[in-house]
Design a protein around this ligand. Structure first.
Ligand SMILES: [Zn+2]
Length: 270
């Protein structure tokens, strides 16, 4: 016969497959769905020393009468031997059942552990894959970080430049503001001066306006009135001439002086 589990050849009468340790009897019972009372059979029967009592030859009655006690004793001995053998058999079979169950349990445990090992290997594979992915992600992020640091460095230097420019511009603005303030002050002062000058000018114009009649009068007198000193020169002068001493003189109209034979002074021309 062949094993229904592993397919190896099994000698007839064997209880276990030598290759996969399958319990052939239990397997057969489970497949049949019947539970037979345990009975020693097959190989297990072989090592048991079953000694069938050989058929007692029926001797002559005389001998039977004489050896009746011996026969009884022999029967008792044989019965005891048989009982001992049966007990030994039962004990052996119990040991076998226990060993069988232990082997099946071990086999099941091994199968479970093999499945667990497969599952763990799968988990390890998955974790390794995740680790690879994470490492790739990490490398990509490190690359990103480097690029960002470069950009940050660049923008920091340009920011420094901008801050420097801003500071310079601020300085220039401050300077211009100060100059502007000084110019405003100067402008205010100049405006005050202009106001003062305009006021002075107005005063002068008023004063000039006030002198206007006297000026007209003086011009009129200069145009029409001349003076002749009593010095025998025969010259006539204007009021402002330095030769006119105003000590002893005559006043004429210009036309009358010329009519009387006087001539204009060469210095004052009139
Ligand atoms: Zn004169």
């Amino acid at each position: 016969m062949t094993c229904i589990k592993c397919g190896k050849e099994i000698p007839e009468g064997e209880l276990f497959c030598a290759s996969c340790s399958l319990n052939l009897q239990t397997e057969a019972e489970e497949r049949l769905g019947t539970v037979r009372p345990p009975a020693p059979s097959g190989r297990m029967q072989k090592p048991v020393p079953v000694r069938r009592t050989p058929p007692q030859p029926m001797g002559p009655q005389v001998q039977a009468n004489g050896g009746k006690r011996g026969l009884k004793t022999a029967l008792v001995v044989v019965s005891l031997l048989l009982a001992a053998s049966l007990g030994f058999l039962a004990w052996q079979y119990g040991n076998i059942l226990v060993e069988k169950n232990r082997l099946r349990t071990q086999e099941n445990n091994l199968l479970v552990r093999a499945e667990e090992a497969d599952a763990m290997q799968q988990q390890i594979d998955d974790l390794t894959q995740e680790l690879d992915d994470a490492e790739q992600l990490l490398a990509a992020r490190a690359e990103n970080i480097q690029q960002l640091e470069k950009q940050l460095s660049g923008s920091q230097s340009s920011q420094n430049q901008s801050e420097y420019d801003l500071s310079t511009a601020q300085g220039q603005l401050d300077q211009l503001t100060e100059e502007n303030r000084q110019l405003l002050t100067m402008t205010e002062e100049l405006e005050e001066q202009v106001e003062a000058l305009e006021a002075e000018k107005k005063t002068l114009e008023e004063a000039l306006l006030a002198t206007k009649p006297y000026v007209e009068k003086a011009n009129f007198m200069d145009d029409y009135v001349v003076f002749v000193e009593d010095d025998g020169t025969g010259l006539y002068h204007s009021y402002d001439c330095e030769h006119f001493t105003k000590s002893k003189f005559w006043a004429y109209s210009r036309r009358l002086a010329e009519a009387n034979g006087y001539h204009p002074c060469p210095l004052c021309g009139n």
